[in-house]
Design a binder for this molecule. Structure first.
Ligand SMILES: [Zn+2]
Ligand SMILES: [Zn+2]
Length: 135
């Protein structure tokens, strides 16, 4: 399955060349600020499977912490993905995908920083900080 997505103004467009990994809801305070939302919905995509098809020169980067960089459209400011230094994946912001593809959510992370006005009433595992390391 090839998924496509892009920013609000459509200057930036991208493709994902396989089915992305399970979606993770991140409630950390940085993600909340960066999305202007209660949490971020992120899907891990191996770097080799992510391709910017249009507007690569319009993507701006913001280094939000020592190891983490967040990428967004320079014109409309839509968050697109983040990258943790030396990771094999990008974390694509699921809301930037076209057509709301079926993705399976797997966990809530950084729940210790969750906004008080967000209520979690699903059965997904919750972690107070990072998700435990994948084997
Ligand atoms: Zn844009
Ligand atoms: Zn986060």
């Amino acid at each position: 399955m090839i998924l496509s997505g892009g920013c609000l103004c459509a200057l930036v467009r991208y493709r994902i060349l396989n089915t992305p990994g399970p979606l993770i809801y991140c409630h950390c305070s940085q993600c909340r600020k960066a999305q202007g939302a209660g949490f971020a919905a992120n899907v891990p995509v191996p770097r080799a499977n992510f391709e910017v098809t249009k507007g690569a020169d319009c993507i701006k980067a913001y280094q939000s912490s020592k190891d983490k960089t967040r990428y967004f459209c320079a014109k409309c400011s839509s968050p697109l993905y983040s990258y943790l230094r030396e990771a094999s994946n990008y974390r694509i912001r699921a809301g930037s995908l076209d057509d709301g593809p079926e993705l399976s959510p797997s966990a809530h992370i950084f729940v210790a920083s969750k906004a008080n006005w967000v209520t979690l009433n699903d059965d997904l595992p919750q972690f107070s900080e990072k998700e435990p390391r994948q084997p």
